[in-house]
Write a protein that binds this ligand. Structure first.
Ligand code: A4P
Ligand code: MG
Length: 181
């Protein structure tokens, strides 16, 4: 079994439904066990002007090979009717699923680079990751909690709601903002 962290993002359509649908899809998949899910985060967009994102992260145990997990993530994106706009990098999307970490491994395959190449620059990916995996490191041993803490404010706000709606929030946990805004 391999411990993997997947980042989830959406900023078109119904982002809460898209992220929770992806969680359900991961839970239903063969060879994948979801072991942790973060809160939901509202995040300012990185890239061209577009709506705010909803981001989250999940920790998985999997027996799948890296490219097989990537294929599963692409299938879940397709199920959310994601349309990639040709030529628009970092553009808006109904669902984006990225493999952020693969145990302590570095992967460099055609179509898959892990750790995700821009992970260390992005609070929208690091804050939910560090929430569910506070001891996570880069393959060279660099603690990601420290990387995240050193980044400037990027407009990332943790909501009261969790990605997993069946998990209860304790009173006073998180911030008072809700997924409805
Ligand atoms: N790919 C390579 N490595 C990976 C990996 N570790 N995980 C390949 C997933 N995919 C990986 O991705 C293009 C190709 O990257 C995939 O086919 C896969 O083979 P894509 O999702 O089609 O294109 P993209 O998402 O536009 O490009 P990219 O480079 O993945 O963008 P990012 O880095 O994912 O950024 N702002 C906020 N606040 N929150 C966000 O979630 N997301 C993005 C997308 C931009 N701004 C954002 C957010
Ligand atoms: Mg992506």
């Amino acid at each position: 079994m391999t411990r993997v962290i997947v980042g989830l993002g959406a900023n078109l359509g119904d982002p809460v439904a898209a992220l929770r649908g992806a969680l359900a899809g991961l839970r239903a998949a063969d060879g994948v066990e979801v072991v942790a899910a973060s809160h939901l985060y509202v995040t300012a967009p990185v890239g061209p002007p577009q709506p705010d994102y909803l981001n989250a992260a999940v920790a998985l145990e999997t027996v799948l090979a890296p490219l097989d997990l990537l294929a599963l993530l692409h299938a879940l994106e397709a199920a959310a009717r994601r349309v990639r706009v040709r030529g628009v990098r970092f553009g808006p999307r109904t669902l984006d699923l990225d493999i952020l970490l693969w145990d302590g491994a570095a992967i460099d395959l055609p179509g898959l680079v892990v750790p995700h190449p821009r992970l260390v620059e992005r609070r929208f990916a690091l804050e939910p990751l560090v929430e569910i995996a506070p001891d996570a490191t880069l393959p060279d041993g660099t603690p990601l909690a420290g990387v995240c803490a050193a980044l400037p404010d990027q407009g990332v706000e943790r909501l009261v709601e969790r990605l997993d709606a069946t998990m209860c929030c304790s009173h006073g946990e998180g911030r008072s903002r809700t997924a409805e805004g």
